[in-house]
Design a protein around this ligand. Structure first.
Ligand code: PGA
Length: 240
């Protein structure tokens, strides 16, 4: 399964290094077969070439140039980064990224062969407007995106569940993932208040291929425990 930690605007470079060392040690010792990603703050990017795949939380669709405050492909290449998060709800709703901008980012980094974790998800008022409104809203987030791209991973993250401690029910997650799987053959992660206490249940759902974790992943032991959960679930499934 896929376990991705989005560290957002947290941890210094020093603390990120410590985190990565601890995570690598855990993966070496546990011999986990899970696919693990970490998205550190831009200032903490570095060359990490062991078990964990390091990705960028954001980058501008350019090699380099005059885009104050942004980084481009050249800055990612310095650290061998080939993975990027696109469309995270905080970029859409706090930083104001439109679907048009996200489509440009997607096309640019796809052209470069990047692994793309593309996030979709609805705000609370849209969810409350009913199932069809919600699915239309999410469908619009697929517009302009190559859903057949072989290096694509989708993350379904309801905006109202991110950082709030609220989550949809397991049944709701399963149903939405099933519908989203009709739109793309890409694996789908669930994200939004995944914690040590609910990770196992979420990971055990048949339509969930992994999790994208924010706040809980800041605790290395919590993130490692989720990796263990995924490992245990795969083992049981393999024995069946
Ligand atoms: P959360 O964030 O786990 O803190 O809800 C998830 C995310 O934003 O990817």
């Amino acid at each position: 399964m896929i376990l991705a930690a989005n560290l957002k605007t947290n941890l210094t470079r020093e603390k990120t290094n410590k985190y990565m060392k601890g995570l690598e040690r855990f993966l070496d010792e546990s011999k986990s077969a899970q696919e693990v990603y970490v998205f550190p703050a831009t200032s903490s990017l570095d060359k990490y070439t062991k078990n964990v795949v390091v990705g960028a939380q954001n980058a501008y669709p350019t090699l380099n140039g005059a885009f104050t405050g942004e980084i481009g492909l050249e800055q990612l290449e310095e650290f061998g980064i080939k993975t990027i998060l696109i469309g995270h709800s905080e970029r859409r709703h706090i930083l104001g990224e439109t679907q048009e901008i996200l489509v440009k980012k997607f096309a640019f980094y796809k052209e470069q062969g990047f692994k793309i974790i593309y996030c979709v998800g609805e705000p609370l008022n849209i969810r409350e407007a009913g199932h069809d409104v919600m699915m239309n809203y999410i469908s619009a987030q697929y517009e302009g995106i190559d859903t057949e791209y072989e290096n694509l991973i989708i993350a379904y993250e309801p905006v109202w569940a991110i950082g709030t401690g609220l989550t949809p029910t397991l049944e709701e997650i399963e149903n939405i993932h099933k519908e989203l799987k009709k739109k793309s053959p890409a694996p789908i992660l669930y994200g939004g208040s995944v914690k040590v206490t609910n990770a196992k249940d979420v990971l055990a759902l048949t339509s969930v291929d992994g999790v994208l974790v924010g706040s809980a992943a800041l605790y290395l032991d919590h993130f490692c425990s989720m990796i263990d959960d995924a490992e245990a679930i795969e083992k049981i499934a393999g024995e069946k």
